[in-house]
Design a protein around this ligand. Structure first.
Ligand SMILES: NC(=O)c1ccc[n+]([C@@H]2O[C@H](COP(=O)([O-])OP(=O)(O)OC[C@H]3O[C@@H](n4cnc5c(N)ncnc54)[C@H](OP(=O)(O)O)[C@@H]3O)[C@@H](O)[C@H]2O)c1
Length: 347
């Protein structure tokens, strides 16, 4: 895309935006103050902290497990704050003196003591209130393609309700709605890779693997987060983000198999037939790879017909190709089994 292109694009019901490609900066949030990144030790968090610090932003990383965070963020020069996003006092203290927030913390799987309604929805309300009290006006919120407050799916509903709260907050918000995100630390592709390694020659695809996704590389998402902080015209906008092309779950699985240098016969299994097995795995395994509520989402289309990544931000997407999935090489049957048996350790 031409970087000087200043056409106007419409995105969904809530946004229309001018192209926001990389250009000389000038409209940014206050770079002299730290940006609070919640969920900083997660997939998007790691890459966002790296992207922002490389560009000279001061980053305050809110994490709940400092040991895990130090390993995840390695040499990335961030200022750590330890706290749970459900803890209003901790969140407010972490926000003090910040100029902006990138709110990434969320859960995709409900584990013991963790609920979508608390972590994804109520914690976003707390954060908004804390931002008002601490006069932090700028908020980038990582929503999810498909998130909607009326969604029949509890995860998408929790994210949709949080998104509504952000958009009604009166703050200077930007909402990002990516399709599935891939990168070395991702859950989605790594889980598929682990299940492939543990499968005996045949690999089941829920609903035949016909649901379509538009996988986007985590570094592309991180770049968009930075551009949002740097460009005033992204305030009050909602952007759908996806990779270069839609791929069915079957096509994604074929690329994952190629990256892993292995093969499996892909067989179609109705979602309803997989449910009892997944429910059993949820009961038996400390860290089940998929839950019943996520299984439903594997059969839902998750594409972005109007892709702001290319059309607004002018970014050429990293393709979902075997070469980009080299991180799957390290998955062995042993490591896949160990991962399922390892108890998740929230802080
Ligand atoms: N990954 C995708 O495919 C995808 C697609 C679209 C949108 N998104 C959205 O992008 C955001 C980031 O996702 P991600 O893929 O980076 O997820 P992730 O790797 O699971 O990271 C989420 C982070 O949130 C933290 N967190 C969860 N509950 C918390 C709590 N109560 N207090 C403090 N921190 C908490 C986690 O901490 P621990 O490290 O301690 O667990 C983790 O570091 C989420 O809002 C997600 O909904 C993700």
């Amino acid at each position: 895309m031409d970087r000087d292109d200043a056409r106007t694009f419409s995105y969904g019901s809530t946004s229309s935006a001018t192209a926001v490609a990389e250009q000389p900066q000038g409209d940014m949030a206050d770079k002299g103050k730290p940006v609070l990144v919640t969920g900083a030790a997660g997939l998007v968090g790691i890459h966002t902290c790296r992207e922002l610090t490389r560009a000279g932003w001061k980053v305050r990383a809110l994490v709940r497990d400092p040991e895990k965070a130090v390993i995840a963020l390695g040499q990335v020069p961030v200022d750590f704050r330890v706290g749970d996003v459900r803890d209003a006092a901790k969140v407010r203290a972490a926000l003090r003196g910040c100029g902006a927030i990138v709110h990434l913390a969320a859960i995709a799987i409900e584990r013991k003591g963790e609920h979508y309604s608390d972590t994804n929805t109520a914690a976003t309300d707390l954060l908004i209130e804390a931002a008002r009290l601490e006069n932090v006006e700028r908020l980038i919120f990582m929503s999810q393609n498909g998130a909607a407050s009326k969604s029949p799916y509890s995860f998408l509903r929790s994210k949709g309700m949080a998104q509504d709260a952000v958009m009604n907050s009166g703050l200077k918000w930007t909402v990002l709605r990516p399709s599935v995100i891939f990168g070395a630390e991702d859950a989605f592709v790594n889980v598929l890779g682990r299940m492939i390694r543990l499968s005996p020659g045949v690999f089941p695809l829920p609903g035949g693997g016909t649901a379509r996704f538009q996988p986007i590389a985590v570094d592309d998402v991180a770049r968009v987060v930075r551009l949002c902080l740097e460009k005033r015209e992204t305030i009050g906008r909602t952007y759908q983000l996806g990779g270069s092309i839609p791929l069915t779950l079957r096509q994604m699985t074929e690329r994952i198999l190629a990256a892993m240098g292995t093969s499996r016969r892909l067989v179609s299994v109705p979602v309803s037939a997989m449910k009892p097995l997944i429910a059993l795995a949820e009961k038996l395994l400390p860290n089940p790879p998929v839950t019943s509520s996520l299984l439903d989402l594997l059969a839902l289309d998750n594409t972005v017909p109007e892709n702001a990544l290319t059309e607004v931000f002018g970014i050429v997407p990293v393709p979902f190709a075997a070469d980009e999935l080299h991180y799957l090489h390290g998955i062995t049957a042993g490591s896949a089994f160990k991962s399922m048996m390892q108890r998740h350790r929230p802080g």
